[in-house]
Ligand binder design. Structure first.
Ligand code: ACO
Length: 428
């Protein structure tokens, strides 16, 4: 007989089914709890709540495992292209050679963004944060592709919206970078691959040819793959919650971008680099900063450390750390920030505060060092995370739509004032 869970509430026992996942993860299905007992569960920050079943990504925080559709992240990062991984996340299987080439061709056909969007960029101050610019542009897309607003669109129509966004996102991100620099846009060149095209639009200039460096392409490809999905994290949950109201893909992904921006989530990659810079400028005393992070009266946290799920190590951080070493060496860059990062990591890994709380470096700890080596300004880092996360957000949105899940609507426990009479303004 399959496992069940029993809750004893007052003098009644309530029995609930237990769902078991592929890797023996177990979740108590309390969907009938309120109806049968009047109780709701209380789980601030959803630390123990499974919001959905999903077949996209598997994480084991205890063992440091991350797999997309059953494939180990390390293998994907070392052997696949970002578009292969995007296809895998969206379609459930790795593409065959012909599937991959038609997918690439389709993406290539949609890389241009409407010329009028340049005027939106003109209206944005060049100092506007890239994540704010990205959110603005995603909502503009809903204006330019109004057919995407129909929640009952055909499967083909939905697919086109996904392809469009995947294709236009690198162009948008490159336009954000150019807007920041006050430089003219470099248009996509469709004979180039996804990553090559992005790098050319970002670092190339209209005045000269851009030489594609395979070291840079491989680093960028790896970073995008490592960020491509991470099951029900804050931004993905935002995408799903917004999508559950039948909101269109652009609005749903825009919500993901907004959630990602926060420094406790994707915004940490910018904060890590700013922190490392501050430590360097302060004389490089990592112990002093470690003590600040441990001091409960100091709001400072060690950025790039800790994770809601990983309580052993973040497998992405391991891969990125190795890559940072390799890339900096290949590019002949000697970045003192890397040394500070390593010193800080070592000190934290040997400190009982971090050991006891199972705080390890996360994906953001070393990624900024690579982004910086590739030439990105620090404010662009979180946008690059969003570029990588896009296929994951869209795969999760697609899964939600396909399963016809109900609108997300948590309950609460009201602790405000009980009913009281309204008093006239002069009597308050
Ligand atoms: N520095 C110092 N102390 C920390 C840190 C940190 N980076 N992270 C957690 N802690 C401490 C907390 O103060 C808490 O201590 P306490 O038990 O004595 O009160 C304990 O460790 C548990 O931390 P929580 O905040 O309860 O853990 P939670 O799962 O809610 O938060 C989070 C996870 C947000 C990632 C947190 O570790 C953090 O703020 N890290 C820094 C920001 C960061 O790097 N974010 C990127 C995460 S990866 C990603 O989103 C892509």
């Amino acid at each position: 007989m399959s496992e069940t869970a029993k809750f004893v509430l007052g003098d009644k026992t309530h029995e609930f089914p237990v769902h078991v996942g592929t890797e023996n993860e177990k979740g108590i299905d309390i969907s009938t709890l309120r109806g049968s007992s009047g109780y709701v569960t209380y789980d601030v920050g959803y630390k123990n709540t499974g919001a959905t079943k999903s077949s996209i990504t598997y994480i084991s925080g205890e063992e440091g495992i991350l797999r997309y559709r059953g494939y180990n992240i390390e293998e994907l990062a070392n052997k696949a292209s970002f578009l292969e991984v995007a296809y895998l996340l969206l379609e459930g299987e790795l593409p065959t050679a012909s599937e991959l080439s038609s997918f690439e061709e389709e993406i290539t056909r949609h890389t241009l963004v409407n010329e009028k969007l340049k005027f939106v960029f003109d209206a944005l101050p060049s100092g506007a944060h890239p994540m704010g610019q990205l959110m603005t542009m995603l909502s503009m897309f809903s204006a330019y592709y109004p057919e995407a607003l129909n929640p009952h669109r055909s499967e083909e129509g939905r697919k086109l919206t996904i392809i469009r966004l995947l294709a236009k996102m690198p162009t948008l991100v490159a336009m954000i970078m150019k807007n920041k620099q006050g430089h003219p846009n470099v248009y996509p060149k469709n004979k180039l691959g996804y990553v090559e095209n992005f790098l050319r639009m970002t670092f190339g200039h209209v005045t000269e040819d851009y030489t594609i460096d395979p070291v840079v392409v491989s680093a960028m490809n790896k970073l995008l793959i490592l960020h491509a999905d991470h099951e029900q994290n804050c931004s993905t949950s935002a995408v799903r919650l917004v999508g559950s109201s039948n909101a269109n893909l652009y609005a749903s992904v825009g919500a993901g971008v907004a959630a990602l921006w926060g420094p406790l989530h994707g915004g940490a990659n910018q904060k890590v680099l700013e922190m490392l810079e501050a430590i360097k400028d302060d004389g490089g005393d990592t112990d002093k900063w470690l003590n600040k992070a441990k001091d409960k009266n100091d709001p400072f946290r060690l950025m790039g450390f800790g994770h809601r799920v990983y309580k052993n190590f973040d497998p992405r951080a391991k891969i990125i750390k190795k890559s940072a070493d390799e890339i900096l060496e290949k590019m002949g860059i000697n970045d003192p920030i890397l040394e500070i990062a390593k010193k800080l990591e070592q000190a934290a890994l040997n400190d009982s505060y971090f050991i006891d709380r199972k705080l390890f470096p996360n994906v953001d700890f070393y990624s900024g060092i690579i982004y910086r080596a590739l030439g990105f300004p620090v404010e662009m880092f979180t946008v690059l995370f969003a570029l990588g996360r896009l296929p994951g957000w869209m795969a999760q949105w697609k899964e939600l739509r396909a399963e016809g899940q109900p609108i997300g609507r948590p309950r609460q426990i009201y602790i405000g004032t009980a009913e009281r009479p309204f008093l006239d303004v002069n009597k308050r």
